[in-house]
Ligand binder design. Structure first.
Ligand code: SAM
Length: 268
């Protein structure tokens, strides 16, 4: 049993390798998120392999759906299966079933965005989509600001402004960002500037976006240092505890640090 993950173009039909085309041709079936979309690609290259829908809604039945086949190619809507799409879950399942899993190299949105950003590429972190809201989102944002690495994020057009606003809050308005829009499509654009400028530029965002944030020059300190900085702002006890939690410090550490701060306060 063999599963071949086939990267497909993120906008320009020419961005597909010869090996990917052969893999699509040689498989018994091409499982894909959207049979219409992948069907267009197959037709464009004259590949007659049948398609089978396998997206996040049908993934639960993957074993049963794939049972008739011994050689399956998997393609997602765009880019490399397994990067912020159902591919990762399918790989996990296929390995569990004892299948041989092969991943072909090819197009993905994060690498062209990172490289075109002009920001440091030697160390970076890929964050995919941030959690949509709540504590998890706050924790992730503050954890990012403690990173000394370039960060790459995916975002949908209707959430772009909210995410830029939240990042401005955490990183500061002048922090450098590159916003890559519609990569390898007709309206491709890479905006480079500060978070503030990006917000002014993208009034009504349309298209697909990758955000690349420059590394924080002085990353926010870990627990102890953060607690000191917050105490310097006058936060104590419960308020300090809550502020530490919001900034992604684990609960028990935040508790210890806020307790330590009230003890120190009493000593003062
Ligand atoms: N598997 C894909 C990959 O390898 O990049 C990512 C799939 S994820 C569901 C879709 C997200 O990728 C979009 O919301 C956008 O953030 C990013 N993306 C995909 N194509 C893009 C493009 N042509 N230009 C900019 N961003 C793109």
């Amino acid at each position: 049993m063999r599963l071949v993950l086939v990267p497909t173009p993120i906008g320009n039909l020419e961005d597909i390798t010869l090996r990917a085309l052969r893999a699509l041709r040689e498989a018994e079936v091409v499982a894909c998120e959207d049979t219409r979309r992948t069907g267009l690609l197959l037709r464009h290259y004259g590949i007659p392999t049948p398609t089978l829908r396998l997206d996040q809604h049908t993934l639960g039945r993957a074993k049963e759906l794939l049972a008739p086949y011994a050689h399956v190619a998997y393609a997602t809507d765009a880019g490399t299966p397994g990067i912020s799409d159902p591919g990762a879950e399918l790989v996990r399942m296929a390995l569990e079933w004892g299948w041989r899993v092969e991943a072909l190299p090819g197009p993905t949105a994060l690498i062209p965005a990172l490289v075109a950003s002009g920001l440091p590429t030697h160390r970076f972190t890929f964050e995919g989509f941030l959690p949509k809201g709540g504590k998890e989102r706050q924790e992730r944002l503050w954890a990012l600001a403690r990173e000394g690495r370039t960060a790459v994020l995916y975002e949908s057009p209707h959430r772009l402004r909210k995410t830029l606003e939240d990042l401005r809050e955490v990183y500061g308005p002048r922090h450098p960002v590159a916003v890559a829009r519609e990569l390898s499509k007709v309206h491709e654009e890479v905006f480079r500037g500060s978070l503030e400028e990006a917000l002014a530029h993208f009034g009504e965002p349309r298209g697909e976006f990758v955000l690349v944030l420059g590394p924080k020059e002085a990353p926010l300190p870990e627990g102890q240092g953060l607690a000191q900085a917050l105490r310097a702002q006058g936060l104590r006890g419960k308020a300090l505890f809550r502020a530490l939690l919001e900034r992604g410090v684990p609960r028990n550490e935040a508790y210890r640090l806020s307790l330590a701060s009230s003890e120190t306060m009493e000593e003062e």
